[in-house]
Design a binder for this molecule. Structure first.
Ligand code: OSB
Ligand code: MG
Length: 367
């Protein structure tokens, strides 16, 4: 039988708009990738957004790159490692590569009848998670949202910040909740000239400050890191394992927010895990990109790796969507954890009836 790749462009309405320093999302596009072979199917998800803000990729560039360049390079073995070799000379487009590579991982794990977390060397244990809260209209609104998620059982809060929405709101949240695990994410909204604002955050016992400076700037992050007491975490600045290596050598960060979509899939994620945690002994955690239940399955699997020392940005399906597109949506369990499923692959199946409500474009490609 000939294998087949299918692309589904979905637009998922978010329960609440999600605002960061680069913009606001109310309807989240995603490309779901399905690869079928020998009666099995594997699913992956492309996390590129509507516009080139978090990354230069968009859902539309990813569709184009998968259809015109990546699909034809999928090796007959359907092995993720061989796929990575075959697409190594395609520069960038990590989110597109990740969507396909992850579908190959899910397919491989399903064929072998093993859960993905086991296949990638994870431990069978619940994954500690938190919630990432977007920029709100007022501080009062923010306090309500924080209290809502604490009531629902999330034990760690990440606040999005930007110039003008930083020290003041952190101060208020900290005053209200002196003991919670709290951290901030600037999505590259500052420069070194904002040093005093960033240093002012040192007072609030934050777990970390995520990506304060320009997305491509490892050097200024190294300079900043020396002048902050709060641990510095990089997200956008680590798009490849090489960047993780450079960041280690320069001292650009204490912590990495590891996102499989940003770095091009599971294999580059494992490579960063080796460099950052196994070789250098530094902590990491898993970051989300508002994924559906499919992408979430990969995040949970990665969250079981040793070295994931901080709560990850992997909230339950109902934090994002009224209806997830998988048969068993991800649920928050007591202790602020999600538990990997003991089913083959990512452990959830796509519900085609649900999926069809959100699909705007479909394409099937023989591979
Ligand atoms: O910077 O971590 C980020 C969502 C979209 C794009 C970038 C980021 C985020 C989040 C949300 O913070 C994390 C989640 O999926 O809950
Ligand atoms: Mg981030």
């Amino acid at each position: 039988m000939v294998a087949r790749l299918s692309l589904f462009e979905v637009w998922m309405p978010l329960r609440e708009g999600f605002e960061t320093s680069f913009g606001r999302t109310t309807l989240r596009p995603a490309i779901l990738v399905r690869i079928e072979d020998e009666g099995y199917e594997g699913w992956g998800e492309v996390v590129a957004g509507e516009g080139p803000w978090y990354s230069c990729e968009t859902y539309a560039t990813a569709w184009h790159v998968i259809r015109d360049f990546l699909a034809k390079r999928i090796p007959p073995s359907l092995e993720p490692a061989e796929f990575q070799k075959a697409v190594a000379k395609v520069r960038g487009h990590n989110m597109a590569k990740a969507g396909v590579e992850m579908a190959l991982w899910d397919l491989k794990a399903r064929k072998e009848g093993v859960p993905l977390y086991e296949m990638i060397g994870g431990e069978k244990r619940p994954v500690k998670v938190g919630v990432s809260i977007g920029i709100q209209e007022t501080v009062e609104d923010l306090l309500k949202v924080v209290s809502h998620y604490l009531d629902r059982g999330y034990a760690r809060i990440k606040l999005k910040i930007k110039p003008g929405w930083d020290v003041g709101i952190v101060e208020r949240v900290r005053r209200e909740y002196p003991d919670i695990l709290l951290q901030v994410d600037a999505n590259a909204a500052y420069t070194l000239s904002d040093l005093q604002v960033l240093q002012a955050l040192d007072k609030y016992d934050l777990l970390m400050i995520e990506q304060p400076l320009h997305y491509a700037d490892l050097l200024d992050h190294a300079r900043l890191s020396r002048r902050l007491r709060t641990p510095l975490c990089l997200d956008e600045s680590i798009p490849t394992p090489q960047h993780a290596r450079w960041a280690l050598q320069l001292g650009s960060a204490d912590i990495v927010n590891l996102k499989p979509g940003r770095v091009g899939g599971i294999l580059p994620s494992l490579e960063i895990h080796r460099l950052w945690y196994e070789a250098a002994g530094r902590p990491l955690w898993i970051g989300g990109m508002l994924e559906t239940g499919v992408g979430r399955g990969f995040l949970v699997a990665l969250g079981t790796l040793p070295g994931v020392k901080y709560p990850s940005d992997i909230s339950a399906s109902d934090r994002y969507y009224e209806e997830d597109i998988v048969d068993e949506p991800w649920r928050l369990e007591p202790g602020s954890v999600l538990t990997p499923r003991d089913r083959p692959g990512i452990g959830v199946n796509v519900d085609m009836d649900k999926l069809s409500k959100y699909v705007r474009r479909t394409e099937h490609i023989r591979i």
